[in-house]
Design a protein around this ligand. Sequence first.
Ligand code: PLP
Length: 397
Amino acid sequence: MQLARRIRQIPPSATLALNAKANQLKAQGVDIVNFGVGEPDFETPDNIREAAIRAIREGFTRYTPVGGTPELKAAIANRFQADYGLTYKPSEILVSCGGKHSLYNLFQVLFDPGDEVIIPAPYWVSYVPMAMLAEAKPVIVPTREANGFNLTAAELKASLTPRTKALVLNSPSNPTGGVYTAAELAALGEVALAAGIYVISDDIYDKIMFDGAKFVNLAMLSPELKARTFVFNGVSKAYAMTGWRIGYLAGPEAGIKAADTLQSQSTSNPNSIAQKAAVEALSGPQDSVATMLAEFAWRRDDIYRRVLDIPGVTTIRPGGAFYIFPNFSAYYDKLTVAPGQSRSGALAAYLLEEAQVAAVPGGEFGEDNCLRFSYATSRERIATGLTRIKAALEKLG
Ligand SMILES: *Cc1c(COP(=O)(O)O)cnc(C)c1O
């Protein structure tokens, strides 16, 4: 079948593909340690699940307003206000069918063919295909490990052209776990304002930050920046609700209204029951977030120590999210790389074969020197997996 050009250029999600391979081996009885998973390994908290059950019992099962119920928009606005001092009106908020959908909508309404969007690498896997689906040109800007993989103001400046329309930022970062400081963001904000571009701030890991660090995004830095920034968030990561599919966008009213129109002609409202659950997540007790954070912090310390214990491997110390992104390039000369395979892909294949450990090749995130490990898995699995990796790499000689 001759499919549309639009879809022929888009690769399927690589992280999901690796997960499928690992699960297949697992089903055959192989004891796989899976570091590929990009979702919390906790259950959705009980109070949230109960809210959904209540919604079903009470018959909250019909269409809602396209961009989310007034109740959920109020809960979102309250969190922005209470957590970050950011004020948003209901007309500046759009709720969608998961965070991915929020970002997809925004890319569709923001870009004309040929508009450029700056995407710092390493990047989350979906930004580039989303840009391509909007016929925008993804301008991938490599960052340096020595800078914590954070984009610098000079790097941003050097990447601007008259066609630049927006910059994507993601802090804490998937895949690196890196976090931007307020000073780094202020420097980027200055360049963005001078250039008159928009900022798409992917804040999905805002609640998963370690060492007592305070979350900051560009919208919080000044009213001028807030007027140029689309803040994106959702309940998937902070409340262990990946399957519920609720994400949201806050920002300049004209953009939100356009995304609402697009949504009205595609999915309509996000699931009514999941919206009720999200209200409970955002306005109910927040202690489950702290419990999860404490466990992630313990694992971060543990996996960071174990990674640095492998000879020749370097890594930034993750400040947030639940990923670590070590640099294994010291071993690349010892690998057999198949034609068409990336070097990080060859290492991931070697580790799956030799150590029964699944990790995602950094090439998928635009940084071939590294592999991404999610530590949304048990303490025991982390210890077992890293012990096996060390042994497998020793074997390489
Ligand atoms: C998980 C994730 C999202 C969106 O997740 P949804 O489940 O679609 O809400 C967005 N950005 C990053 C960086 C993520 O890791």
